[in-house]
Design a protein around this ligand. Structure first.
Ligand code: ADP
Ligand code: MG
Length: 286
């Protein structure tokens, strides 16, 4: 990228962000019913790795992500971040700015400007003074070529632009781990490819552990170092596939032999699980 102000997205995190998910299970008990959402799921993610999680709707992906984020408890097992237990049975969960989540349905405050949205978190948490936060926000906006939009309100820009600002709002916390739950699901193909470029440029510029949930296998292969295919509910790891495509990634690799071969083999696995989910009557969840 043309501008590269030093250390605005957290080079300090280098070498941090090892995640170990150890035999994690989650059973929801709404009104006495028991829903096993995640069952004995184990997974390890290296510091600075970009991992995509693919699985049928309702299989338990968001449940797992919420557990990593510290938004919800787990029934058994443990989740460790850099060797420290961040979630376990009976352990008080600990959400924190070291793990930030970008949600599927966006969550910008419509009544605040883009700038006010980006700096909201660190100011509210008293992590930064307003001046400092705004300085970093401007550097971030400049880095991605969006410096013109700081005074606009979310309603005044496209949904793709809103998504980019949401990602910057997450990055201002300099998180060790970025968690993205189907963030581009509502976007059309063109907007999606703009978002891919944006996310990849930020990742290349300052790699950090990234967990990206998606339905879109091509998107998963294009972005990730490792694609994890989950089973139908309850979620377990079905396949872990290392993606050996070089970075920086360009759209040209989508036509490459390696990309096509990877897609064909994973498509079979995804399809098998989707079919099982369909047969067991799992509803498509928006
Ligand atoms: P995914 O993100 O893969 O679509 P979720 O993790 O959202 O799946 O959900 C997994 C399963 O757990 C689904 O059957 C869902 O209905 C159920 N579930 C999710 N959250 C709750 C909850 N708070 N209470 C009860 N059941 C839930
Ligand atoms: Mg989900």
């Amino acid at each position: 990228m043309a501008h590269k102000p030093a250390n605005v997205t957290g080079e300090a995190n280098l070498g941090r962000g090892n995640i170990s998910i150890e035999r994690v299970s989650k059973i929801y008990e709404p009104f006495g019913a028991r829903v096993s959402a995640v069952d004995n799921c184990s997974l390890s993610i290296d510091a600075g790795q970009f991992v995509a999680i693919v699985g049928p709707s309702g299989c338990g992906k968001t449940t797992l992500l919420n557990a990593i984020a510290g938004f919800d408890t787990i029934t058994s097992g443990a989740i460790l971040l850099d060797g420290e237990v961040i979630s376990a049975q009976r352990k008080q969960i600990r959400p924190g700015p070291d793990r930030v989540v970008v949600f599927q349905n966006g969550a910008l405050f419509p009544w605040k400007t883009m700038m006010a949205n980006i700096v909201y978190g660190p100011i509210k948490q008293k992590k930064m003074a307003r001046r400092e936060a705004e300085k970093i926000a401007i550097a971030l906006l400049k880095k991605v070529g969006l410096e013109g939009i700081q005074d606009k309100y979310p309603g005044e820009v496209s949904s793709g632009m809103q998504r980019r600002v949401e990602i910057l709002r997450a990055l201002i916390n300099q998180p060790t781990v970025m968690l993205l739950d189907e963030p581009f699901r509502a976007l059309d193909a063109v907007a999606k490819s703009v978002m891919h470029r944006f996310l990849l440029d930020l990742f290349d510029d300052s790699p950090r552990t990234t967990i990206f949930i998606t339905h879109d296998l091509e998107e998963a292969i294009f972005l990730a170092d490792k694609v994890i295919v989950m089973t139908t509910r309850p979620a377990r790891v079905k396949v872990v596939h290392e993606i050996e495509l070089p970075r920086p990634r360009t759209r040209a690799i989508i036509g490459s032999e390696h990309f096509m071969r990877t897609k064909r083999s994973l498509l079979d696995v995804v399809h098998e699980e989707a079919l099982k989910a369909f047969q067991s009557g799992e509803r498509e969840m928006a």
